[in-house]
Design a protein around this ligand. Structure first.
Ligand code: AMP
Length: 238
């Protein structure tokens, strides 16, 4: 039996960081549907272009396309012993598809880890998120301890909010910001979508006895510790 985990939580709850922890600890890949879609950025076909437009607006990609892209990824050899789902499922139809897909492989979900975060904190985390030029390090402009320098730069069309321009102190290289994080309206739309369509999934998984709630306001290491304890418990159960 593989180890199949879902990481749930509003944008900015720290799913990416914790997925990295789980990947290192348990040797299963981190599958973020958002990352899979972002990786299609360089493709020039109609579908890829539409996906980028939808993402930029903070809206959800269709279930059909999402499930197809996900299935392709799940069928790669490194995913045979389990995976960490991040950003998937996002609604009831996707949750049902996942149950059926895993059942067809004689597998099932071990645990659903919900990282709880107040939505105003979530906004600051998403809006302030920047990364190093190669994407390997993630910082936040609102964190006073991060080794970065930044300032607001007027938007070329004079719009609000202004743009963020920054550099990583160590390398002197320019920081990179996700297009959907830089757009305050899109962040609010993503939080709205989360509250409306993703949150009902919490009750679905609670009903199945798979849900563990974790306070994502805690320091990263404490969240990781709580996650590990929950995974160990779920492994003992199966
Ligand atoms: P994320 O990186 O998880 O915040 O996802 C970024 C964007 O990718 C979302 O705002 C959606 O446009 C799209 N996306 C990611 N995962 C899904 C999903 N499971 N279903 C539909 N759209 C998704």
């Amino acid at each position: 039996m593989g180890l199949y985990l879902i990481l749930m939580g509003v944008q900015g709850a720290g799913k990416g960081v914790q997925a990295n922890f789980i990947r290192q600890e348990y040797g299963i890949p981190h599958i973020s549907t958002g990352d899979l879609f972002r990786a299609m950025r360089t493709r020039e076909d109609e579908l890829a272009r539409k996906i980028q437009e939808t993402m930029k607006a903070g809206l959800l990609i269709s279930d059909e396309t999402t499930n197809e892209v996900l299935q392709d990824r799940l069928e790669q050899p490194d995913a045979k012993n389990g995976v960490i789902f991040d950003g998937y499922p996002r609604n009831a139809a996707q949750a049902k598809w996942l149950d059926e897909y895993l059942a067809s492989k004689n597998e099932s979900l071990n645990s659903v880890l919900l990282l709880n975060l107040d939505v105003y904190t979530a906004f600051r985390r998403a809006f302030g998120r920047v990364s190093s030029a190669d994407g390997s390090k993630i910082y936040n402009i609102f964190s006073t301890t991060d080794p970065i320098e930044w300032k607001y730069e007027d938007h070329p069309e004079g719009k609000f909010p202004p743009r963020v321009a920054g550099t990583e102190k160590e390398t002197g290289k320019a920081l990179v910001r996700r297009a959907d994080d830089a757009n305050a309206g899109a962040i609010i739309r993503r939080i709205d979508t989360y509250l409306e369509t993703t949150r009902p999934l919490i009750e679905y998984y609670r009903g199945k006895g798979l849900l563990t709630e974790i306070d994502a306001e805690q320091p990263i290491e404490d969240v990781s510790r709580a996650i590990k304890a929950s995974i160990e418990k779920s492994k003992a159960r199966s």
